[in-house]
Design a binder for this molecule. Structure first.
Ligand SMILES: *Cc1c(COP(=O)(O)O)cnc(C)c1O
Length: 360
């Protein structure tokens, strides 16, 4: 089967050098060699996330750490701010774990407004707030700086952020913003294969967790932190060693070869380019002020068959995403994250114009 180049919001195209690192021979996860590798990865991730907080890696996809965060930090009640499918999932995760949680769901296409967060937090009912930074189903990127200003007024509240489809493609200054737990997965803007996720954890989140009785085991944040901090970056259970080799290599490229500012600028430039195209031939699904820098969700104003389009693109070795859930065929999505370059997008959009015979 010939490879189709992925323009979907995860898994993404993985660079050949990174793929090869996944094939590194194994080392023992109780060895000094492992501790050194894990320490190196953690320090690089702290740079990427602009934080001094410890980093937890998990041999699960990001959903596992979403579960860890809400379950291990909610003593009173969590408020989940949702702008789409992944926000809704965080609420379901809470309910499935017996964690008391309410959900505020914004109309799809919009972002969370700081006033809304203020309204909820000012009730005093909540000690955890969750925000999806980049909602992959709607192409909405929430404005973390504005939200941080409000959340800062409530120092007892633990702030958890789902940055699964943005970290590595957009600047998130974890410590400056005051994010207590910031979570991402390997297979999105970091540009690795799926199967690894990671989070930064603040002292405040850690303190909170120490008062929570039923934290589970595999995703017990305190147990994970205890190993990382007291046992030289090791883990209670076997980590994904292959991913860790690949991540260490990928982070060198991100931090040293490309540089963070250049990487974020590249994502912004690709997004601008796709958005301009979307507006010329279709329309943006999200309100433009919230349009994401890593994935563009396009309203299917021409009522094309997205399925047929994707079939034809497939014959040309390319894949995009249909709309998510209820937005299927009503929208389609083009991801511009990880290692894609603007010329990849130019090529894709040329093919789409050709397949659809688009003229202005
Ligand atoms: C992909 C995604 C998830 C789920 O992550 P997994 O790694 O598949 O568990 C959660 N939130 C957002 C915003 C995502 O894009």
């Amino acid at each position: 089967m010939s490879h189709k180049k992925l323009f979907i919001p995860g898994p993404v195209e993985v660079d050949e050098g990174v793929l090869q690192k996944m094939a590194t021979p194994m080392i023992g996860h109780r060895s000094a060699e492992w501790s050194a590798l894990q320490k190196s990865v953690s320090e690089k991730l702290q740079k990427l996330m602009y934080t001094g907080n410890p980093i937890i890696l998990s041999a699960s996809s990001g959903t596992g750490l979403l579960e860890m965060a809400i379950r291990c930090t909610t003593a009173k009640r969590a408020i989940v701010f949702s702008v789409g499918a992944f926000g809704n999932r965080w609420h379901e995760i809470a309910l499935g774990n017996g964690v008391p949680a309410d959900k505020y769901e914004e109309e799809w296409g919009g972002g969370i407004r700081p006033e809304t967060v203020d309204q909820y937090l000012s009730t005093g009912k909540y000690d955890v707030v969750t925000i999806t930074h980049n909602e992959t189903s709607t192409g909405v990127m929430n404005h973390l700086e504005e939200l941080a200003e409000v959340i800062r007024k409530y120092p007892e509240v633990v702030w958890c952020v789902d940055a699964v489809s943005s970290l590595g493609g957009a600047k998130i200054q974890v410590d400056k913003l005051g994010i207590d737990i910031c979570i991402t997965s390997s297979q999105k803007a970091l540009g690795l294969p799926p199967g690894l996720s990671l989070a930064s954890v603040s002292e405040k989140a850690k303190k909170r967790a120490s008062g929570i009785g039923n934290r589970g085991y595999y995703f017990d944040m305190l147990l994970l932190l205890k190993y990382v901090e007291e046992r030289n970056f090791q883990y209670p259970s076997t980590p994904s060693i292959s991913h860790t080799f690949a991540l260490d290599f990928a982070l060198d490229r991100i931090l040293n070869q490309e540089g963070l500012d250049a990487r974020f600028a590249r994502h912004h430039e690709m997004a601008d380019y796709v958005r301009a195209w979307a507006k010329r031939y279709f329309a943006l699904f999200p309100k433009e002020e919230y349009a994401s820098d890593t994935v563009t969700c396009i309203s299917n104003t021409r009522k094309i068959s997205v399925k047929d389009l994707n079939g034809k693109l497939g014959e040309r070795g390319l894949t995009i995403s249909n709309g998510y859930g209820a937005l299927k065929e009503k929208t389609f999505r083009i991801a511009h994250m990880a290692e894609l370059q603007k010329n990849d997008l130019e090529e894709l959009l040329d093919h789409i114009e050709d397949v659809l015979e688009l003229t202005d």
